[in-house]
Ligand binder design. Structure first.
Ligand code: COA
Ligand code: ZN
Length: 310
């Protein structure tokens, strides 16, 4: 591997234990979810989305997020364990359970806001502004993620100008991070390059992240396009698990294995140990019973074996 300059450091946030598991036919227990998160941390990952404070009626697989957080107490000061929230109630539950980082969902369309959280786009924005204020006085960090930032499964294409306006508003309100999410995996690399370049030119890359799904096999190309714009924070899911139950047509996130392998080979430093990542990937597969989507797994395993016998 090439040695990486600090400029080349990349943060990969594994959202498998949330985005990945919420759509699996098999529901994992909180203890199993804790085990998966610990395997990811064991591979040197510092950022993991560990669950969601959402209605257990809406997403049964995320029930017991408080138990997951409790099971991870003492995971270390250097780790950022995030929980997703859809509304103020979610924030209150997350804060009461000791969450130190929350991911609040904003939307590029009204129909998606309605389908996901029973709100309008504007209502979700107002709730986020309220949560930001409360979180800052509580010492909780907030990621504001704009779902369906390129295309909505109900309302169709989303204007980049709208996404840019929402991003500006929440960066100005002091969100710790702003994440651009291609929830249904509909974006192409050209669109990603253009939107992320405009955002980075205006705000810098420090607080901006991207979240891609691999629905149309463009996940990795979209990571590349955003990286070319200077983005250095990416969500990915171990084994490519995932999908959004409220967004028809959404399939798994781009696989952590694939993102890490590509970025490392390009000279970026993810700080992630590939051997450990393979163990986490195998665990994800064992626990869920679904085949991992990570295309890089076979190559990485071979490479790890070679290094072990060297
Ligand atoms: N966590 C847990 N329960 C919640 C909640 C939250 N964040 N927000 C509301 N509730 C509860 C309410 O207290 C109420 O409980 P009750 O039936 O016992 O009285 C119930 O959920 C319904 O609340 P209501 O305000 O009528 O909302 P709704 O039925 O329209 O559901 C959400 C709204 C946001 C709770 C629900 O759609 C949801 O959890 N969505 C999350 C979707 C998701 O995770 N998507 C994937 C990530 S992008
Ligand atoms: Zn997603």
């Amino acid at each position: 591997m090439m040695s990486a300059s600090p400029h080349n450091a990349v943060t990969v946030n594994d959202v498998g234990p949330r985005d990945g598991l919420q759509n699996q036919p098999k529901i994992l227990t909180p203890a199993e979810r804790v085990k998966l998160v610990k395997a990811l941390l064991g591979a040197g990952m510092t950022h993991v989305e560990v669950g969601a404070f959402v209605s257990p009626k809406a997403v049964p697989a995320m029930a017991g997020a408080d138990e997951v957080l409790a099971g991870l107490a003492g995971a270390g000061d250097n780790t950022v364990l995030t929980v997703l929230i859809p509304n103020v109630r979610g924030y209150e539950l997350a804060a009461a359970a000791g969450a130190k980082s929350v991911c609040m969902v904003l939307y590029g369309s009204d129909a998606m806001a309605q389908a996901n959280a029973g709100m309008s786009r504007k209502q979700a924005e107002d709730a986020t502004a309220e949560i930001l204020q409360q979180a800052h006085s509580d010492g909780v960090r907030v990621i504001s993620t704009i779902a369906v930032a390129f295309e909505c499964p109900f309302d169709g294409p989303v204007e980049p100008q709208l996404v840019a306006e929402i991003a500006s508003r929440f960066l100005e309100l002091g969100t710790d991070e702003l994440c651009i999410a291609d929830t249904i995996g509909a974006a192409n690399p050209q669109q990603v390059r253009s939107l992320t370049q405009a955002l980075v030119d205006r705000h810098g890359a420090e607080q901006i992240g991207c979240h891609f799904h691999d629905t149309r096999a463009m996940g990795l190309a979209n990571v590349f396009a955003a990286a070319e714009s200077g983005i250095r924070k990416f969500d990915a899911s171990i084994g490519g698990l995932g999908g959004c139950p409220f967004a028809p047509g959404a399939s798994g996130n781009v696989a952590t294995e694939d993102v890490v392998m590509m970025l490392e080979q390009m000279g970026h430093d993810t700080g992630i140990d590939l051997d450990g990542l393979m163990r986490a990937s195998e665990l994800a597969q064992d626990l869920t019973g679904t085949a991992p989507g990570g295309r890089a797994s076979a190559w990485i395993k071979q490479d790890v074996m070679k290094r072990r016998t060297r």
